[in-house]
Write a protein that binds this ligand. Structure first.
Ligand code: C2E
Ligand code: CA
Ligand code: CA
Ligand code: CA
Length: 276
């Protein structure tokens, strides 16, 4: 084994172990990312499909490590979940996003992604409540995004936590809708404000595939009948916008309206659009 410094040892093992080794190196770096100031948030606008007015921003976590560079969230979030780091990292994300959003105009919301693992914590709602008190952000301006995975494998505790969150007055939205394999029965048991239609259905909308159109149309009808709003994710061009608008999606999010941006630019955009 060769000492790479910082307690990281590289052992020369078969190819099979290379990936595991990479994960281990990444996990060690991730453990220190927060205290080393390597994490920051990027904010992506969510706009009204009819007017283009900014209704809010989704906070997206970014990690820049001196050795590993910019690690994509699709890589490090699952690792944070497995390594039980998502609790502390998620709390940092929430506090940072709420602190920033407290400076936005009063009708602009912030959406924060919450992993299933975070809902295992019995004190999760209590933590959210104290972050709101500490930052002064009114609860109705916070939206927490959860995926269908919360409802798989019978998770009564997670559902109880969602109820506590609703009691605080915050909004819940259902992320990546249509990509999980869960039944729809949970929709009647938890009050979501918004269903976010995964971009896999929106992408290809320019090809106007009848399947995508049918799925989006059905989700919009379902949401409306349950008094929920819809957001189309990943809208990249005018054709896709025209389609999701025609199908009745109330909000849109995607590169067409803005890439995830830093807090300063987000604040400027929020303020500019809100001035009348
Ligand atoms: P998500 O919650 O579905 O977030 C939307 C993702 O789509 C973001 O990727 C965003 O940059 C990307 N996106 C937005 N508009 C477009 C578009 O027009 N075209 C394309 N191709 N992509 C678009 P990102 O930032 O890489 O995040 C990936 C995933 O990582 C998120 O998916 C979410 O599941 C997770 N994630 C990010 N931040 C957090 C966090 O703070 N906590 C947790 N638990 N998960 C997070
Ligand atoms: Ca999301
Ligand atoms: Ca999503
Ligand atoms: Ca996603």
């Amino acid at each position: 084994a060769k000492d790479l410094g910082g307690g990281i040892f590289h052992t020369y093992e078969p190819q099979l172990h290379v990936e595991a080794e990479e994960r281990r190196v990444m996990e060690i770096a991730l453990r220190r990312a927060q205290s080393n100031g390597e994490l920051h948030l990027a904010y992506q606008p969510v706009v009204a499909s009819e007017t283009g007015a900014v209704e809010g921003f989704e906070a997206l976590l970014r990690w820049t490590n001196p050795q590993l560079g910019n690690v994509p969230p699709d890589k490090f979030i699952p690792l944070a979940e497995q390594a039980r780091l998502i609790g502390t990292i998620g709390e940092w994300v929430l506090r940072t996003a709420c602190r920033e959003a407290a400076h936005w105009p009063p009708h602009v919301r912030v959406a924060v992604n919450v992993s299933f693992e975070q809902l295992h914590n019995r004190n999760f709602a209590k933590m959210v409540s104290s972050v709101l008190a500490e930052t002064g952000l009114p609860p109705q301006r916070l939206e927490l995004e959860v995926t269908e995975s919360v409802f798989m494998n019978e998770a009564p505790h997670a559902i109880a936590v969602l109820k506590e969150l609703l009691a605080l007055g915050i909004k819940l939205s259902l992320d990546d809708f249509g990509t999980g394999y869960s039944s729809l029965s949970y929709l009647s048991r938890t009050k979501f404000s918004t269903i976010k239609i995964d971009r896999s259905f929106v992408r290809g909308a320019s090809n106007n595939t009848p399947e995508n159109v049918a799925i989006i149309r059905a989700v919009v009808a379902l949401a409306e009948s349950l008094d929920m709003s819809t957001t189309a994710e990943g809208v990249e061009n005018e054709d896709e916008l025209a389609m999701v608008r025609r199908l009745g999606c109330r909000k849109v999010q995607g590169y067409l309206f803005g890439r995830p941006m830093n807090a300063t630019d987000a604040r400027a955009l929020a303020t500019g659009k809100m001035r009348s």
